[in-house]
Design a protein around this ligand. Structure first.
Ligand code: FAD
Length: 388
């Protein structure tokens, strides 16, 4: 007998399922339409090389949330991996995010922090206080034309398939520039990668006698028993699939960007010397190249082969995987209408990236799932709701 159904086995769904099973003794059924557990965080070894490839793009774990860090450490240890990103611009490689190293390399200079700040301030004053009317002007206004045009303009145009002059200024409110040589990508207290890989971590979360997992099972497929029509209103549901799909797109489809991944095994031990290389210019059609061996330097990977993945960003069409919410004013209007509908669904709890139409890092998905258990789900299983 199932007490609750969790739709989607990403970090949100798994966290809810694990907590309800372990803490409240609930019998949980997780269904996922994909043939594997773990949502977008899933990874598997590339068969020819054994190199762990993150199927849906590199996933770097980082958090400053003590509760989340304590929770995730129940299922995995973490390597001391620290993420750094580089970018290729006009045949030259620069460290990212823009820092004193990037600035001095770009301007062929040896500025200290104060001189660099003065230079960027002067270059960013080009518009003379005029309110930026589009993303292009906003970029110039934030970091000055030279750095914006070198590192942001082409990359943004590729990401959005749109000239930044035709994009709203509101897409970026800040562009971080560090006036030190620190090129650590994340600023969080904790960072690392799961020692045995993501799949092992995700499977341990679901490995509980009270949890049953059904893969390749779509919640909207009425030919299988655990579907929306059959169970909503009869048994509580935590839904982490796309919110517009749940309501049959009645308020219109929400827009997403997707990524096409092009994977290759190369007959060399090392292609680019780092895990992620961005390509800032528009003449390279991809936005980034990932090389997965560099995420686990501690592993005994083959020295004569490597796996690289090129990423191409574009707007998602019907049937594509939704990755990043586009979040136009029309999307926000539709979301408000969907939120109204959500509040009318008795005992259906919407969560996660797709269920709430927002980009969530893994630690955010886990943190918000822990809060949903505390505040909304615990009372269903005899626990007291915590004050939000
Ligand atoms: P998901 O992982 O998307 O899981 C949702 C699940 O629901 C999926 O498995 C899906 O198959 C299932 N589902 C959907 N519809 C149905 C249906 N009708 N029936 C049954 N099942 C259904 N986070 C980081 O912290 N660091 C990173 O470096 C990072 N990189 C990322 C890179 C990319 C390209 C993307 C897209 C995300 C990245 N993330 C990263 C974010 C991370 O993947 C997510 O925040 C996290 O996995 C969200 O978990 P979730 O459970 O909300 O959603």
């Amino acid at each position: 007998m199932t007490d609750i159904v969790v739709v989607g086995s990403g970090f949100f769904g798994l966290t809810v399922a694990e907590r309800l099973a372990e803490q409240y003794g609930a019998k949980v059924m997780i269904i996922d339409r994909r043939p594997h557990l773990g949502g977008n965080a899933y990874s598997e070894p590339e068969p020819e090389t054994g190199i762990e490839v993150h199927t849906y793009g590199t996933h770097l774990f980082h958090t400053s949330n003590e509760r989340v860090w304590e929770y995730v450490n129940r299922f995995t240890d973490f390597t001391p991996y620290v993420h750094r990103v580089y970018t290729t611009h006009k045949g030259e490689v620069f460290p990212m995010p823009i820092n004193l190293g990037t600035i001095n390399q770009f301007f062929r200079s040896a500025y200290g922090p104060e001189q660099a700040k003065a230079l960027i301030r002067e270059q960013a004053a080009e518009l003379g206080g005029k309110e930026p009317e589009n993303l292009d002007e906003q970029g110039v206004n934030l970091i000055g034309r030279p750095l914006y045009e070198a590192f942001i303009k082409g990359y943004t145009a590729k990401q959005w398939q749109t000239d930044p002059k035709d994009l709203p200024a509101s897409i970026i409110s800040r562009l971080p520039v560090r006036y030190t040589y620190d090129n650590r990508y994340f600023n969080d207290t904790y960072e690392g990668l799961p020692v045995d890989g993501y799949a092992a971590w995700l499977e341990r979360m679901a490995d509980h006698p009270n949890i049953e997992v059904r893969l390749s099972t779509d919640f909207f497929d009425t030919t299988q028993p655990i579907n929306k029509d059959a169970i909503v209103g009869k048994i509580p549901v935590v839904y982490t699939g796309p919110v517009d799909r749940y309501f049959d797109y009645s308020q219109g489809a929400l827009s997403w960007r997707t990524i096409d991944f092009e994977q290759e095994v190369l007959p060399i031990g090392d292609f680019q010397g780092t895990g992620v290389m961005n390509y800032a210019d528009e003449d390279a059609p991809y936005t980034r190249i990932l090389e997965f061996r560099h995420l686990h330097p501690e592993r005994d990977y083959p020295t004569d082969k490597t796996v690289v993945v090129k990423e191409y960003s574009r707007f998602a069409e019907e049937g594509d995987e939704p990755y990043y919410p586009v979040n136009t004013p029309e999307d926000r209007e539709k979301l408000t209408a969907y939120r109204e509908l959500m509040s009318g669904e008795k005992d259906v709890f919407f969560g996660g990236r797709l269920g709430t139409y927002q980009y969530l890092d893994m630690h955010m998905a886990i943190g918000s799932a822990l809060s949903m258990v505390d505040n909304k789900l615990a009372p269903l299983f005899g626990g007291a709701a915590e004050e939000p």
